[in-house]
Ligand binder design. Structure first.
Ligand code: ADP
Ligand code: GLC
Length: 479
């Protein structure tokens, strides 16, 4: 079965967050499951070296303001279709943001073009490869089902919501340049409060909707988490399901990871201590004698709840923990972590780079990974942490609720606890969880068990890829 995945970022080629990880790792997992996946993404400047080896398979004389081509190439185990539209994608810097940090003013055309190209490929643009199912990801691919239905095509298409906070909302004036039919600009079409929403188009016209964890699928139906889309999703709840993300367990393998100071495994964990020392050195912090080394690898946004971590930091330090943070985004949060690092130079380290190697080193060297998110569709850093024997301390929401087993007395007795969860998402509850974590860390037997349980958890794509395959099959051959 041929599956066309349409996505705005895909690791290791272009990445701003977990969407890229999922697009890359899921594509790699589908081949061994017997499918032929193809991933359509924009040709950003970072992909130019890869594009040199690619072969042109289709062309557009005009696509949202200029000529474009589709190039095909296999790289890093992923079969790619690259949308080569220099007028839209050949620009330096961040893939979504201009130099001033604002969304590129033509993002509707950039991702409209991606959707249009995806729909045309689904309808046979590349003669020797047509998909049986189309899989659109997030708002950037939200117009794909709409373009297909507008053209009268019934190719099965599903959309995955990686984060409902990103809704692709634009003024109605974008309809004409995007070629959207005004007759569908209605409450039960793609109109959202008198604006155009790419995401709503996807949710209304796709045959199936998934999101990246079962708990988030439930949460999305509530006003608190649905962010205005709870009604649209409620109307389609029979076609909404949650499939948990996995991680690429080859890329994230402490036994072979070339980016970390020393390799280690479930059988021999000695190397973890060396990674801890190397990480502390890299961030210029002391290795705490009695307390754990806490790590954060994250976008710094309100979603991630790290403002609570800033508030809880004095408590964490008073109890003997140290902290290393890798992340960037919100300027106030960046300042707050920079101030902490200045105030406690030997105890808090902070780096704003986006650096894959450092992310691996942080996972390998930390004792605890902090993820205090206000909402978290799935979250990948807690999965990487489990694999690296780094104990996740997370809020009880979305995928964090589905992937961490809270170390309460019953779970500890049963030998299945893998981390710490807290609710509600308040500084008080976070501090309480930190206290539980410090107590557990002080008991070497309990901690060893937690680390072993964490490393034994299956965080691969195997189970989840099978769920996607079953869904693709159901969509391709409806009963
Ligand atoms: P989200 O997609 O909401 O940002 P996820 O937990 O799903 O959250 O995925 C985040 C991904 O981005 C992980 O692979 C994480 O390691 C990576 N990441 C976040 N910040 C950085 C950074 N500063 N440097 C390197 N990798 C980062
Ligand atoms: C989003 C979510 C994150 C999820 C990722 C991949 O960016 O914020 O929770 O893990 O997508 O699905």
């Amino acid at each position: 079965m041929n599956v066309l995945s349409i996505v705005s970022e895909c690791a290791p080629f272009a990445k701003t967050g977990g969407l890229a990880d999922v697009a890359g790792a899921l594509a790699k997992a589908l081949g061994p499951a017997g499918l032929t996946p193809m991933t359509l993404m924009p040709l950003y400047p970072a992909l130019k070296p890869i594009a040199e080896k690619a072969k042109p398979v289709a062309r557009f004389d005009e696509l949202m303001g200029g000529p474009a081509k589709v190039l095909q190439v296999r790289a890093s185990g992923v079969d790619l279709l690259l949308l080569d539209a220099p007028h839209l994608f050949d620009r330096p810097g961040h893939i979504y943001l201009d130099a001033s940090g604002k969304d590129w003013s033509d993002n509707h055309l950039r991702y409209g073009a991606l959707c249009k190209a995806g729909a045309e490929i689904a309808m046979g643009l590349i003669p020797d490869w047509t998909p049986d199912v189309v899989h659109a990801h997030d708002w950037q691919a939200g117009l794909v089902p709409l373009y297909l239905r507008q053209a009268g095509s019934d190719v099965p298409v599903m959309i995955t919501i990686h984060n409902i906070a990103f809704q692709g909302i634009f003024p109605p004036s974008v309809m004409a340049p995007l070629g959207l039919s005004a007759s569908r600009f209605t409450l039960d079409g793609f109109e959202y409060w008198e604006k155009v929403s790419f995401l709503k188009a996807g949710l209304v016209y796709a045959d199936h909707i998934t999101t990246v964890s079962p708990t988030y699928a439930h949460e999305l139906l509530t006003p608190e988490f649905g962010m205005g889309f709870e009604g649209v999703l409620g109307a389609r709840s029979d076609r909404l399901s949650g499939i948990l993300n996995g991680i690429d367990v080859e890329d994230w393998d402490p036994a072979t990871d070339p980016r970390i100071a020393a390799n280690y495994s479930t059988r021999s964990k000695k190397g973890k201590a060396k990674n801890r020392k190397a990480l502390a050195e890299a961030f210029g912090v002391d290795v705490p004698d009695k307390g754990p080394l806490f790590g954060v690898v994250s976008r710094l946004t309100a979603q991630k709840g790290l403002d609570l971590m800033v508030e809880a930091a004095p408590h964490l330090l008073a109890r003997g923990g140290n902290l290393v943070v890798l992340g960037s985004g919100d300027k106030a949060l960046e300042r707050a972590f920079a101030d902490l690092a200045t105030a406690y130079p030997d105890r808090v380290g902070f780096d704003t780079r986006f650096d894959e190697g450092l992310a691996h080193q942080l996972q390998a060297g930390s004792d605890v990974m902090l993820v205090p998110s206000r909402f978290e569709p799935c979250g990948l850093t807690q999965l990487c942490a489990l694999r690296y024997g780094t104990i996740p301390l997370v809020s009880l929401t979305g995928g964090l609720a589905d992937t961490v087993i809270n170390a309460n007395p019953a779970a500890l007795d049963a030998g299945c606890a893998t981390g710490f969860q807290f609710a509600p998402v308040t500084t008080g509850a976070l501090i309480h969880a930190l206290d539980r974590c410090f107590d557990a860390y002080a008991d070497r037997d309990i901690w060893k068990r937690l680390v072993s349980n964490a490393m034994a958890q299956d965080v691969s794509w195997t189970t989840s890829a099978a769920h996607y395959v079953a869904l693709y099959q159901e969509l391709a051959q409806p009963a």
